[in-house]
Ligand binder design. Structure first.
Ligand code: ZN
Length: 83
């Protein structure tokens, strides 16, 4: 049986599928029997899912200003409503 600290040390590896089959089995057995580790596992898993899945990529710094400037120039060259 793995200890809690061993489980926690391998938690991110486990979530990344970077543990051996043997270790995976040990982790899963521990998580079944240990509510404390289960909660941490579940929270970490959800955090990773949010981070990888739905977190929007931030705009690179300065891109917003460049977009604004490009829009402004475009409006000056081609004002709307004058065709
Ligand atoms: Zn535990």
């Amino acid at each position: 049986m793995l200890t809690c600290s061993e489980v926690l040390a391998e938690l991110s590896n486990y979530l990344d599928n970077e543990v051996s089959a043997e270790l995976r089995q040990g982790l899963e057995e521990h998580l079944k029997d240990c509510p404390n580790c289960w909660v941490l596992f579940d929270t970490t898993r959800k955090t990773i899912q949010i981070f990888r899945g739905t977190e929007p990529y931030p705009l690179p710094e300065g891109l917003h200003d460049k977009l604004q400037e490009a829009l402004r120039k475009r409006m000056e060259q081609d004002p709307p409503g004058q065709n």
